[in-house]
Design a protein around this ligand. Structure first.
Ligand code: MGD
Ligand code: MGD
Ligand code: MO
Length: 669
């Protein structure tokens, strides 16, 4: 048998973006995938989901042909149609809606189902061309990005490979043992002392040298308290602060009130643990602070990230090998996104915040109303907060919905037209990451399964039928053009150079890259700003401070990611996700107080909705906190999922999601 080998990249929305080979046999099927050992960050190791990616790509449940609705909205009853009929229907309906209600009545709804540059951004050309409403991408990381920008002028931080040079690593509201296994591997390999700060004793925390369990949402007080301790005890880097920062004296005034006693009372942390940790952090260099994406999904998530981010500046860990902060590194990949997305200079159209999809669909005063929804790369009927509203909105008979996906998701059940999507094995793309500093290519290895089409093909054909030939390009030509538009560390990367090895490291001055090694900061003062005028201009305190969050129900419900699933993906693949039903973890005292025993079936509820789950009595959570991992498909679990209870309230900056600021009650059923 002849095997052919192709460059492949995992397209999932994960920090690691594994670079691999796919092997194709005689019959044109993928025989296996293999992680690339020569890749500096992912190093040949694949996570459980990556090892079983073929079970996902070749699942018998893959959608194989277009369908149109033949039952009531949301019933999931469809009948097969041809692509020709599907495209005709979409184009006709689009023209009709645009004529009657205007282009703003069209809303694309997408996120990160496929992270390839073309799969993700080329469709924007189409929606920019027609002048549709714009979706605000607030669901994941926006809050923290805004927060870091205020103080550093960017959110890009440490190269994960630089962690090998660290002596002390503080992992704050981040669970890399599950969500970034390669980064976690490097942290362990570094041999540095690891501290984990998280209200959940996560898998990452299980591996820590020191675990600190604050009350959820109180991290600002903790960080400002550490700052106060370091200043009071002369453990901060005075020289660095004088040379490279702005507003220190004002900062010092604000943090004064966060004495060890006060921090202990607010955060529920033992005073001695607090002081010995602060002491050790101040004395050990270089020290890294890894800020999770999970931690900022809170109503005060921006203030939390701002407060934490100032610690590396105070201790002079910035611009130093093995020191600094890490959050998301997507900002290192500087290309001409406007060209790729077809953005028109200066044009701002109506924006719809993606976490408020339910409200937007149900808003009687929205003018024009949303009449046409095109969903691709996303599964809002599972991943959005406040799902009762979302599902009610999607049920509107006067809303025309197209869903392009590989599977019949809950969202697809609400569609008028369902389109089958290809997996990455069936399409070409180019990938960046938000962690490791690499660009990689994903070659098309096999022909599409059934009649499925890639995002690129769908939007090319739609553009053709609408007469928008000016936005159409050949995928490889566009990919090369996009790479060549690169500036900074992207310079010199072309499709040809990328295809020689399948991946390339960014052209950073050092390997690993030392963030801020030039000590230049893209802020108004050119320094790290303890005091941010930009924040002030946005109506925020110029110096971060702690704010207490109002609670409606007694228990805080935290719903982070599961090891074996990827957001809502893989819940339908039994070989990858095999848990029976949903589990809510609860502290013994909280359970006792409610007459609940291990294994009981309970209802977790608030005024927005409910979900029925099995209780696991667990020491992973402290009093007042309940936990459930993963974002399952509602139709696969029945009885509701956590997102029926989560809130669409926006965060303090960037209008981001606030999944973890969610108060509930739990009751035996
Ligand atoms: N296996 C797997 N990996 C994934 C994903 C997946 O679904 N599965 N999803 C990917 C995506 S889209 C993302 S955005 C990243 C997210 O990556 P992470 O940020 O690691 O993931 P989360 O699980 O959302 O949250 C991390 C931690 O934040 C904590 N947290 C919540 N609120 C607070 C708080 O107030 N204070 C503190 N200190 N901690 C808090 C939670 O308890 C949780 O342990 O992971 C990516 N990787
Ligand atoms: N409770 C709770 N909910 C959360 C979060 C949380 O922490 N807690 N985190 C939030 C976060 S961080 C995120 S990023 C969002 C995730 O939001 P999404 O990005 O919407 O999540 P996915 O579950 O990955 O859904 C992507 C869909 O795209 C499909 N898809 C995959 N590849 C392709 C392709 O090539 N083409 C097309 N057309 N479709 C494709 C997949 O099959 C899948 O159904 O969820 C959020 N929801
Ligand atoms: Mo995310």
């Amino acid at each position: 048998m002849v095997e052919r080998r192709f460059f492949s990249t995992c397209p999932k929305d994960c920090y690691d973006t594994c670079v691999m080979y796919s092997y194709v046999g005689d019959e044109g099927t993928i025989l296996k995938v293999e992680g690339r050992r020569d890749h500096g960050f992912t190093r040949g190791f694949l996570c459980n989901k990556g090892q079983k990616i073929l079970d996902w790509a070749f699942s018998p449940e893959r959608l194989k042909y277009p369908m149109k609705r033949s039952g009531p909205k949301g019933s999931g009853v469809f009948k097969r149609i041809s692509w020709d009929e599907a495209f005709d229907t979409i184009v006709q309906k689009l023209k009709e809606v645009m004529k009657e209600f205007g282009s703003l009545s069209v809303l694309p709804y997408d996120y990160a189902g496929h992270m390839g540059l073309l799969s993700r951004y080329y469709p924007y050309r189409f929606f920019n061309k027609i002048g549709a409403s714009q979706l605000e991408y607030t669901i994941c990381s926006e809050t923290g990005k805004r927060a870091l920008n205020y103080h550093y002028g960017t959110f890009a931080g440490m190269d994960p490979e630089d962690i090998l040079n660290s002596k002390y690593v503080v992992i704050w509201g981040f669970n890399p043992a599950w969500t970034s296994v390669h980064f976690f591997g490097l942290i362990k390999k570094s041999g540095s002392k690891v501290v984990v700060i998280d209200p959940i004793k996560s898998e990452t925390a299980e591996h820590a040298d020191l675990y600190i369990q604050p009350r959820p949402g109180t991290d600002s007080a903790l960080a400002l308290g550490i700052a106060n301790y370091l200043i009071t005890n002369n453990l901060y880097d005075r020289e660095f602060v004088e040379k490279f920062t702005h507003g220190f004296d004002n900062f010092k005034e604000v943090v004064r009130k966060y004495t060890p006693e006060k921090v202990s009372a607010i955060c529920g942390i033992d005073k001695d643990t607090f002081t010995s940790f602060s002491e050790e952090y101040g004395r050990t260099k270089p020290a890294a602070v890894l800020i999770g994406l999970g931690i900022q999904r809170n109503v005060n998530g921006g203030e939390i990230v701002r407060s934490i981010s100032l610690l590396p500046a105070l201790t002079g860990n910035i611009g130093r090998c093995g020191g600094g902060f890490f959050y998301s590194n997507s900002a290192y990949f500087t290309i001409d996104y406007d060209m790729l997305k077809g953005n028109k200079t200066g044009e701002i159209r109506r924006k719809i915040n993606m976490i408020k999809l339910g409200e937007a669909l149900l808003d009687k005063n929205l003018n024009p109303p949303i009449k046409f929804l095109f969903v691709y790369n996303s599964n809002p009927a599972a991943v959005c907060p406040d799902l009762n509203k979302v599902r009610k909105g999607l049920s509107r008979e006067d809303l025309f919905t197209v869903v392009h996906d590989l599977f019949m998701t809950d969202t697809a059940d609400f569609a008028d037209i369902v389109l089958p999507a290809t997996s990455h094995f069936e399409t070409f793309d180019v990938h960046f990451t938000y962690c490791g500093l690499y660009v990689s290519v994903n070659e098309k290895a096999i022909e599409p399964i059934g009649e499925s089409k890639s995002n690129f093909e769908v939007f090319t054909e739609l553009a053709r039928r609408m007469g928008y030939s000016d936005i159409i390009e050949e995928p490889e030509v566009l990919a090369d053009k996009v790479l060549r538009s690169g500036t900074g560390f992207m310079q010199g990367i072309t499709l040809k150079s990328l295809r020689e090895k399948g991946f390339l490291r960014l052209n950073t001055p050092n390997v690993p890259h030392v963030a801020f090694c030039d000590f230049r900061f893209n802020t108004p003062s050119g320094k790290i700003e303890f005091y941010s005028k930009a924040a002030e201009a946005d109506g925020l305190p110029p110096i971060p401070d702690y704010t207490e969050v109002h609670r409606g129900y007694p228990l805080r419900f935290i719903t982070p990611f599961h090891r074996d699933t990827l957001k809502s993906q893989y819940f339908n693949i039994r070989s990858i996700y095999s848990e029976e039903g949903m589990v809510v973890e609860m502290n013994m005292e909280d359970a006792k107080a409610r007459g609940i025993k291990d294994g009981d079936i309970v209802k977790v509820y608030n005024n927005r909705g409910e979900c029925v789950m099995r209780v696991k009595i667990s020491s992973r959570v402290g009093r007042g906190v309940v936990l459930s991992y993963g974002i399952p498909w509602p139709k696969l679990v029945g009885g509701g999922t956590p997102n029926f209870t989560t809130s669409s309230t926006v965060s303090d900056m960037g209008d981001g999601s606030t999944y973890h600021t969610n108060y509930v009650e739990v009751e035996k059923v």
